[in-house]
Design a protein around this ligand. Structure first.
Ligand code: C5P
Length: 224
């Protein structure tokens, strides 16, 4: 089996999309399959960690040996993360919806003479940024993802600063990349130390390598 590099460590991972309701039958979502987040959870488990996987709606089987918390919306995900802290490593792999509708209609919105509805959007909580900026219980290692369609590294570096995390795993989800929903991923690791581009690999191999990399990361401010 895998080297037990995370034995006794508590790892919290978010995965999958979130669904933001419009009315009882409709929602806003995105193309995340949850595969990369689930693969990370399994790799962390295989490295000996105690894993909490907080998942939006996906078509994946619950991985054995992992505590799975199923949520739908960004606000539910934020609350589940809060409940799962403290931890040693937090990995935000979920594709959280950036916005939700201001109101969630109690009844199905009907077609009618007024034409299509206008949906007013409000911003969702930024789960990664709020975990990374915590004063109490800030996990020693906080990792985020950046799905970009252009200028991947520059955007990832800006995101590292904006979110306050220790590592951004950037991937190009642009047209032709087949990353979203696909089984391969090509990532670039962006941290204060520099950049590391990895070759295109199956998502479970990316997960194993990422967990090995994260296991040897030192908490901010620790010199040895
Ligand atoms: O800002 P953007 O969505 O591009 O950042 C992506 C990273 O931030 C991912 O790690 C994602 O899980 C996390 N995120 C989050 N909460 C949000 C939006 C993004 O945790 N509301």
């Amino acid at each position: 089996g895998a080297a037990q590099t995370l034995a006794g460590r508590r790892v919290v991972i978010t995965a999958g999309p979130t669904h933001e309701p419009i009315d009882p039958v409709r929602y806003i979502a995105n193309r995340s399959s949850g595969k990369q987040g689930y693969a990370l959870a399994e790799a962390a488990r295989d490295a000996g960690a105690d894993v909490v996987l907080i998942s939006g709606p996906v078509n994946l089987a619950p991985p054995p040996g992992i505590r799975l918390v199923c949520v739908e919306t960004a606000r539910e995900m934020a609350e589940a993360v809060e409940t799962a802290l403290p931890c040693d490593i937090f990995i935000a792999a979920a594709a959280v919806a950036d916005w939700r509708t201001r109101t969630d209609a109690a009844q199905k919105i009907k077609k009618g003479g007024d034409g299509p509805p206008v949906l007013t959007m409000v911003e969702n909580p930024d789960i990664l940024a709020s975990v990374a900026r915590r004063v109490a219980n800030r996990p020693p290692v906080v990792v985020g993802f950046a799905a970009e369609t252009e200028t991947v590294i520059a955007h990832a570096r800006a995101k590292l600063a904006k979110k306050g995390c220790d590592l951004i795993v950037a991937n190009d989800v642009g047209e032709g990349s087949e990353v979203m929903g696909g089984s391969d991923n090509a990532v670039v690791l962006v941290s204060p130390e520099g950049e590391q581009a990895w070759p295109r690999l199956p998502k479970d191999e990316v997960a194993r390598r990422l967990i090995a990399h994260i296991a040897q990361m030192r908490p901010v401010g620790e010199s040895h």
